[in-house]
Write a protein that binds this ligand. Sequence first.
Ligand SMILES: [Zn+2]
Length: 428
Amino acid sequence: MLLVPAQAQVTALVHATLIDGTGNPPLNDAAVVIEGETIRAVGPAASVTVPAGASTVDLSGKFLMPGIINLHAHVGLTKGVIPDASHHTRENIEADLRRYVAYGVTTVLSLGHDNETVLAIRDEQRRGKLAGARVYTAGTGFSVKNGYPLAIAPFVQGLAHEVADAAEAAAYVDSLAKMRVDVVKMWVDDNRGQLPKLTPEIWRAAIRQAHRHGLKVFAHLWDLEDARGLARDGLDVIAHSIRDREVDDALLAMLKKNNVTAVGTISRERSLFSYASGPEWLSDPFFTKGVTPEVLGEVTNGAFQKRQASDPNLDAHRRAFEMDVRNLKRLSDAGVRIAFGTDSGQPARFPGFFEHWEMELMVEAGLTPMQVIQSFSRNAAEALGAKSLGAIEPGKAADFVVLDRNPLSDIRNTRAIHAVYLAGREFR
Ligand SMILES: [Zn+2]
C-alpha cells in the first residue's frame, strides 16, 4: 500500500490591492498564494501561477495588508476595567488573544506582567494550536526595589519583579532566559521624581546578561537622559516614547547608530485624560461591539470615568501626550525605526480597538499611513526578531487583514475589516 502524505491546503487570494508591509508601493490586482500556514507566492494576478486544485478567493475591490503586530500589549491583566493579578488566567488570556485577532491584530508582545500560563499558551501555539493572536512574552519584567510599577500599581503584585542591585538583575535575567521568555522587559521610571529608579549600573548588567542569552531588552522609560544612557548601553527597544522633553539631535543620532527601535504608545497617553470629557469614539460600533454594556457604562459615565475626570494630574497627562506625539514625529523624521505599540490590555485600553485608534493618532502626529502600516508590520517584526512575520512575502506566515477600503487614503479604513487570516486560515 502506498501512503500518500496529506497535502497542505492551497488557497489563492486574487485581485486585491496588496500593501505588503515592506514599504513597496501598493500592487493592484495582486495574487497571494498560501500553502498551509505559509505564503508561497506573491505578485500580479496575471503572472502568478496558481497551482491546480487550489481554492481561489476573489478579492476584487478589496485591500490586503499584513496582520497587525503590537509590540506593547498586556494579556489577561484586566477584567472589564479592573486590573488584578488574579485575572491572569488561561481563560482571560485566551479571551484577550481572540479579541485581538477579531480586530486584525495577529501578533502581540505581552510586555512584562506575565507568568508561566502565557508561556504555556505560547508553546502550544508554536506546536500548532493557534486559537488567537500569536503571543510573545517578556514573562515577568523587573524594576528596582520599591519602584515603578509595583509602588503605584499594587495590582500587579506577583506579575512584576524587583531587584536590589546589578548582581540580582543579572541572576534574574538568567532565570527569565531559563523560563524561555521572548524578550526582557524592565522599568526605568521614577514616577516624576517620586520613586527610586533602576540605575545605569543595574541596567547595564541586565542588558549584558540578556544579550548573552540572545534576548532583546525592552525598556519602559520616561526621561530623555535615561533614553540616552540606555541607548548608549545597548538597549534594543524603547517601549514608550520619551515624555519629559523634546528629543535632541545627539539622541536621534545615537538611536540610529545603535539600531534602537522606538514605540510610541500615544493612545496610552491619550487614554489617561480622554475619558474625562469622553473620546469621540465611545458610540462607534467598531468600539462598542468589543465591550459589554457594563464596561461601556464605566468609561462613559460610571466610576472609572468619574475617577479620571477628577484626576489632579489631567493637565500633566495632556502635556505628556503632546510631548510623546511631537517626539514620535521627530524620531520618525530622523529615520529611527518606529515600531507599533499601544499598551492595550491595561484598564480602559481596549485590546483591538486601541490599535486602530493608535494608528489614527500616529497619522495625526504627522506619520503617513504607509509609515504606520510599516510600523506594525516589517518594523515590528524586525524589532521583535520574528523573521517569519511582518510582510506579505513568500516564506512568511500567512497573517493578514482584508479591508473593504483603502487604508492609504484614510488610515481609519483599517477598521473596514472584511476578513482576518491567521496562519493561512480565515479567523472567525
Ligand atoms: Zn505596558
